[in-house]
Design a binder for this molecule. Structure first.
Ligand code: NOJ
Length: 754
């Protein structure tokens, strides 16, 4: 507060109430007053988000900041790197503080499982813990804002960024969006251990055609509102301070020049009051999109449409002065954007104390990656909840910690891949690999290892993904497979760790195939031929088409990219120290040709009929119908039974509620958790409605033999949808309630909305 008063005195602002408690009227008055003191150059400077790089050396950066020409940075992630920049800001004419942004997506120094994995936990407390821990670590490194959460609905796993988000389902992603925002931002955004969330990518980035990154999106408004927009709105309801604009176009208009998106929808309809940031170079890309003839026009379109801040700015800085002078951009266009940047800094508490998160030099960590700065216990606790057991024939799992285990596969000892893409400030040497995890868990017996195959030997692919990401064994493939087979012969059980290198599940990493890359499939066939029990441990950032491999394996554990403590978490599950409880947040296809195959599809006029004639129904004739593993699917080491559902009434008034109940019983020998899922189908509507939509879920723990009643309350809000006029309303008629432990195997009952 003292510092805010000094600043007020400096800019001649005297009306701050004695008990200034960050009310919005104070904020508005403060920001308005500050804007009135600013030169045009200082204003435009605030709209620029810049990274230190070869051209923008730290020294040049400081000069630019002192001159008032930069508003924030991204990518500088240490207190001692950020402090001199904040010092430079404090030497500028108006002492406007900088903010420091970074992609803290799933952990910061301690890496938590990737987004898709977090969603597999269906555990909001675990997800919250991951976000809160990341915020604590990032803020302790002087970071004020994260470009997260990534909440794009992804229904085409060819898209490499499927790994970053929380899957295909609108309801699940919307729930997680809010939890993540609140976890990052804490109880108060100005708290030293809070960071501002910049939800992304607004909007519909996950729906790029063909799953090809940066491609276009063409979508009807009803579907957009119903399926794709709710997560962004949920992030805003959670209090997200910022939004990042997507790189794609929407029905022909790029997001970065889309006034409908950023003004009509975001600000007017949804009431968003925060900061809108472009994606990296997203403004200049408007030229390639073909809506601007040059960078000047691109800057004009973006600022007029409502992009406040320009990331990696080579557009606002150079172009806005001329645009303003010519009248193409108005003073209020600029001032509105500046207002949002200053408002965000105010909310982050930076006017009060610019060093709030940078702290004092005497307390800087001697080593940023010191072991004692990590949060391994929460990382392990969360990671084991994200693992999904896909198959467990003859109860092969859990394994005994004895005998001889052959651990095979190119990902078993990878410290890099297990972190997943966008692994912030994580350091590979601090990852517990699957090999390490198994080794330290085994008290008796022995673990033998063979690499088996390389992940890819295609030199073009390796060049594309980055040579440092793919470390290959130079031996001939046949020799490596032979070695693996020999190891398998010596073992009681074989664990094959296969999947994708993390660089294949990343931005700009779209694939035309969902098969296991390289010769991994060949390796699995060779291991199967040994006759030894075979466990597949999958490490990947998207659903893979593993039809053949799932027939060969006795057990399959999907581990995604499970982070710094991944190896320990996987060992916990493989050895039964933790009973798996994860459920898929995205459908696994049988082949890439089935895409899209999300569970909440429309029925069509000629739906596929299980057991019925297949001809003239909506399906592919050359493959079995339906997914390999459905949305919501995941096994446990115990079994659960579900009684038929009871509905409290067969009719529902618009002002009433009804309750759907099932009894869930643990009929196995072990304690375990499962996720009870509620789906609803609107049987007849003014628009054709999905065959089911997730509306609620409960994760419950049951001791062996224990039985619990699970109740879901349903009211009109659960039945609403966007009709052709984009009114959000429920229509009277029949609704089907479906409850299950996955989206396919459900108990159903109907009621009528009066
Ligand atoms: C581009 C990505 O699309 C975005 O998600 C990320 O936040 C920025 N680069 C900054 O790293």
């Amino acid at each position: 507060m003292k510092r805010l008063r000094l600043l007020c005195a400096l800019i001649g602002f005297t009306s701050l109430p004695v008990l200034a408690d960050m009310e919005s009227s104070n904020k508005d008055a403060f920001v308005t007053h500050l804007i009135n003191q600013m030169t045009q150059e200082e204003k435009i400077g605030q709209l620029r988000l810049i990274a230190i790089d070869e051209k923008m050396t730290p020294e040049r950066m400081r000069q630019e900041i002192t001159a008032g020409r930069i508003g924030g940075t991204y990518g500088s992630v240490s207190r001692y790197v950020n402090r001199p920049m904040q010092d430079a800001a404090q030497q500028s004419r108006l002492k406007i503080p900088m903010f420091f942004g970074w992609d803290v997506i799933h952990g910061h120094r301690t890496i938590f499982p990737i987004g898709l994995a977090l969603a597999s936990s269906w555990d909001m407390d675990a997800i919250e813990l991951s976000g809160r821990t990341a915020a604590k670590e990032a803020s302790a490194d002087g970071i004020d804002l994260t470009f997260a959460p990534m909440i794009d609905i992804a229904r085409d796993p060819r898209w490499g960024r499927t790994s970053e988000g929380f899957g295909e389902d609108t309801y699940l992603v919307s729930r997680i969006a809010k939890v993540m925002v609140q976890a990052y931002q804490g109880k108060s955004l100005s708290a030293p251990d809070s960071i501002m969330a910049s939800a992304k990518h607004f909007a519909l980035y996950g729906a790029v055609e063909g799953g090809r990154d940066y491609n276009s999106v063409d979508m009807g408004l009803a579907r957009m509102h119903q399926d794709y927009l709710p997560p962004y709105r949920s992030a805003i309801e959670g209090g997200a301070g910022a939004m990042m604009v997507a790189l794609n176009s929407i029905n022909g208009v790029p997001a970065a020049s889309n006034a409908w998106l950023m003004q009509d929808l975001l600000r007017k309809a949804w009431g968003f009051k925060g900061l809108v940031i472009s994606d990296h170079n997203g403004i200049n890309d408007l030229v390639q999109h073909g809506v601007a003839k040059n960078h000047r026009e691109a800057a004009m379109l973006a600022i007029r449409a409502g992009v406040d801040m320009s990331m990696n700015d080579f557009s606002y800085g150079p172009e806005l002065p001329g645009l303003l002078e010519s009248g193409a951009v108005s003073q209020s266009n600029i001032d509105n954007a500046v207002r949002e940047v200053l408002g965000a800094k105010y909310d982050m508490g930076l006017f009060e104390d610019p060093y709030r998160r940078i702290g004092v030099a005497s307390e800087d960590p001697a080593d940023n990656n010191a072991e004692n700065r990590l949060h391994r216990a929460p990382a392990r606790e969360v990671a084991r909840k994200t693992l999904v057991l896909l198959k467990n024939e003859n109860e092969l799992l859990p394994l005994k910690k004895e005998g001889v285990i052959a651990l095979i596969g190119p990902l078993a000892k990878s410290t890099v891949d297990i972190m997943g893409s966008w692994s912030a400030s994580g350091v590979p040497s601090q990852s517990v690999t699957i090999y390490d995890g198994l080794k330290s868990a085994m008290d008796k017996g022995s673990l033998i290892y063979a690499r088996g195959v390389n992940l890819t030997e295609d030199q073009e692919v390796i060049k594309y993904l980055g040579a440092s990401e793919i470390e290959n064994d130079a031996r001939p493939a046949a020799e490596m497979i032979d070695e693996a087979v020999k190891s398998a012969h010596q073992a009681d059980v074989v664990i094959a760790v296969v999947g994708e290198p993390r660089s294949m599940s990343h931005e700009a990493a779209s694939r035309t195939s969902l098969d296991l890359p390289g010769r991994q499939s060949e390796l699995i066939t060779a291991l199967k031929a040994t006759g030894k029990p075979l466990v597949l441990v999958l490490m990947n950032g998207r659903p893979l088409s593993i039809g053949k491999e799932q027939e060969q394996a006795d057990a399959i554990l999907e581990t995604w990219y499970s982070g710094s403590e991944g190896g320990n978490a996987v060992a916990d599950v493989l050895f039964g120290d933790y009973n798996p409880s994860g459920k898929l947040p995205i459908t696994f296809p049988r082949s890439v040709g089935q895409i899209p195959n999300y569970y909440s599809h429309l029925n069509t006029g000629r739906p596929y009929l299980p057991g019925g004639p297949r001809n003239y129904t909506s399906q592919y004739f050359d493959q079995s119908h339906g997914p390999l593993y459905p949305f919501g699917y995941g096994l446990s080491y115990t079994d659960f039974s579900l009684t038929d559902m009871a509905l409290s009434s067969t009719t529902l008034n618009k002002t009433d509620k009804l309750v759907a109940s099932v009894m869930v019983k643990n009929i196995g020998q072990r304690d375990g958790e499962t996720v009870v899922q509620l789906y609803i189908r609107d049987v007849v509507g003014s628009l054709s409605r999905p065959v089911k939509e997730l509306k609620n879920f409960k994760k419950i723990m049951l001791k062996a033999g224990e039985e619990k009643a699970v109740h879901f309350s349903i009211d009109e809000n659960d039945l609403k949808f966007f009709n052709a006029q984009l009114e959000y309303a429920a229509e009277p008629g029949e609704f089907q309630v479906q409850i299950g432990l996955d989206s396919q195997d459900v108990k159903a009952q109907s009621f009528e909305l009066l």
